[in-house]
Design a protein. Structure first.
Ligand SMILES: [Mn+2]
Ligand SMILES: [Mn+2]
Ligand SMILES: [Mn+2]
Ligand SMILES: [Mn+2]
Lengths: 218, 218
DNA sequence: ATACATTTTTAGACTTCTCTAAAAATCATT
DNA sequence: AATGATTTTTAGAGAAGTCTAAAAATGTAT
């Protein structure tokens, strides 16, 4: 029971979209993410449901079953391993690797993935800081670092805070930052150590006072 | 105007089947090679013809156009480069690489192929001795070696002979060996230096007297 | 040249994935 | 609770690739 490229991409993106909310992923969100139409999503989601890879009830959105999740995580594993290879060994730039990895992630060979993993030295993080699950689908324990000290270019997520005043908490809330929020660190000013992050396609400025009080995944 | 995996496989196999005869490739030969039905071949060949990738006239078989040939050669290039990678760097065994390369050859990124080629050190031959065309589609000048001295496991082809008696010529003809015939060297006896080759799925024994008088591509 | 065998093509149908347009359900606002 | 906006689903159709069965063309052997 092998999956098509298309099915695999659906599963992967359902996985990524589910992480940000406990509800099912909406048809529209998925359609936008996959650059397709809502009606196509409905069709595919029904098929995945018939294959027991997702839980789906009309109008209620979609979530992954255990089996669907395993596949999704394995695609992510392959994607990130290939990105390590492309960047570390073939010398690709950070931006260029993604599209190629998007294709390579669908090459289906356990043998290939295990050997690639070994060749790369069993990396735990891809070049953007994304954690790489092992062959059993287990993600590495994320290391924590202050946002103030994180490398530029990393995609990361909020792991905790070191300041608990109401003022700080409501400030974070207004910025759209909470535990688990994922973003990318884009810039850090030499002048005042303020940082620029990318969150949901929007660019946001954070002062050093904010950055030094947030723990993020490394 | 990108090609699908399926179209690429058709082009590659038309290329390989045309090398052994100056006539067009027959529908049936292609169907057998691609493990599909003759009717499917007819359909696809019409489509490739509409795209100007093959020359096709009903009942006359099919040949590649210049453009079709370029694509075919590029697929072969990618296939063989990936086989070098899989075998030399990931430690795959000789038999295992082919199926994976069959998929990897369709990943479409000039950048990827050029960087992989560089990473591998611009190899001219794959691990089976298959010549790897360069980025312009030019195959390396094949080195010549006596069959007597060729490495076991190599796929190769007849490049010339060093004995021109009628007896030898008719012996070769009976064995099915002529200039350009492709085969794989399987075994060499320590006892009498006779060799065993695989030609068109059949295994054939050649005495040392024969092997030492045949030049093959290295 | 005729008959028979083989190869190739056509006709029609099926699967997978996609789309547009319209209908149905849900959500949001008063 | 009613209205209107938004989201989601359905209905119907199209492109790509495949198949089976039947028709047409070609090849072969007397
Ligand atoms: Mn990526
Ligand atoms: Mn993908
Ligand atoms: Mn091969
Ligand atoms: Mn292939």
């Amino acid at each position: 029971m092998a999956q098509s490229f298309t099915e695999e991409n659906y599963l992967k993106h359902i996985y990524k979209l589910s992480k940000n909310s406990d509800k099912g992923v909406s048809t529209n969100a998925l359609a936008e993410r996959l650059e397709t139409k809502a009606s196509s999503v409905t069709d595919m989601v029904k098929k995945l449901s018939a294959k027991k890879l997702v839980n789906y009830q009309k109008y209620q959105g979609v979530t992954l079953t255990k089996k669907g999740q395993q596949i999704a995580v394995d695609i992510i594993r392959k994607h990130r391993l290939w990105e390590v290879f492309l960047q570390k060994h073939l010398g690709f730039g950070g931006e260029e690797v993604h599209d190629v990895a998007e294709e390579l992630e669908h090459i289906n060979s356990t043998e290939l993935v295990e050997r690639l993993d070994k060749f790369l030295g069993y990396p735990k993080y891809d070049p953007h800081g994304g954690p790489i699950p092992d062959s059993k689908g287990v993600f590495p324990e994320p290391k924590r670092v202050k946002l103030d000290e994180l490398e530029l270019g990393r995609s990361t997520k909020v792991m905790g805070i070191t300041e608990h005043s109401d003022a700080f908490l409501s400030h974070l809330k207004k910025l759209g930052l909470e535990l688990g929020t994922e973003f990318i660190l884009k810039e850090r000013s030499d002048f005042d150590r303020s940082v620029e992050i990318e969150l949901n396609e929007k660019t946001i400025q954070l002062s050093h006072d904010v950055a030094k009080n947030i723990f993020v995944a490394y």
